[in-house]
Design a protein around this ligand. Structure first.
Ligand code: SF4
Length: 214
């Protein structure tokens, strides 16, 4: 197990990340909470670029929950078939659209317990929707956030829940939403899964480089 960073180093690392990624924001395109919810669901094992191509057509056909429920699973499946896991995703999008229409008046709920009841929506997706669509402080841990947080020493947790808890303790609450995007951008552009670019890393002088294969 690695050692977690002290408070001063954590603060400085966050400052450096914020300075390095001032453009960090959601890459998924959406116009409202419903579109964000569907885009987040589609983004599992699929690039954001691909999701944006698929949703461009999908949201033209069905811009809200009622229209999506009416579109139906088969048509949704046809429209999103270039996405990974498209059959299961189509089933979940059709089902959650029905539930939103019948039980929530077509609106996306903002409470975690309601979001996590929706088909295909787990804790990470609920965190993204709460934070991005509703401004409720939450810190979603995806594959980049998990890897980078452990390498940089923000967390020594072995599962996403522990990493989420450690990040929430380390990062000021007002920065949770931004930190999620800083860490994703950092993971994509610099601290890559296979070959992290430590030599040109904005936090290279402070990073303990934990869990890297020597
Ligand atoms: S120094 Fe290397 S391991 Fe540490 S954050 Fe930068 S790229 Fe990742």
């Amino acid at each position: 197990m690695g050692k977690k960073l002290d408070e001063k180093t954590t603060k400085e690392m966050l400052r450096l990340l914020a300075a390095a990624y001032p453009d960090a924001k959601p890459a998924l395109k959406y116009q409202n909470p419903f579109e964000l919810l569907v885009a987040v669901l589609l983004s599992a094992q699929c690039t954001d670029e691909r999701v944006n191509i698929v949703t461009d057509e999908l949201f033209r056909k069905a811009p809200d929950a009622a229209a999506m429920a009416a579109l139906g699973e088969e048509e949704i499946r046809e429209t999103i078939k270039s996405c990974g896991l498209y059959k299961n995703k189509a089933k979940n999008i059709a089902a959650l659209s029905r539930i939103l229409t019948e039980e929530y008046g077509g609106e996306v709920p903002s409470a975690r317990e309601d979001l996590e009841q929706l088909p295909g929506i787990g804790r990470k997706s609920a965190n993204v929707v709460m934070s991005v669509a509703f401004g409720i402080p939450a810190l979603a841990v995806d594959t980049h956030v998990f890897r980078v947080s452990r390498r940089m020493g923000f967390s020594d947790g072995g599962d996403v829940r522990k990493v989420e808890e450690d990040l929430m303790a380390a990062v000021p609450r007002e920065d949770w939403a931004a930190a999620h995007h800083w860490l994703i951008f950092h993971g994509r552009r610099c601290c890559k899964a296979q070959r992290p670019l430590c030599g040109e890393c904005p936090v290279g002088s402070l990073c303990p480089r934990l869990y890297l294969k020597k």
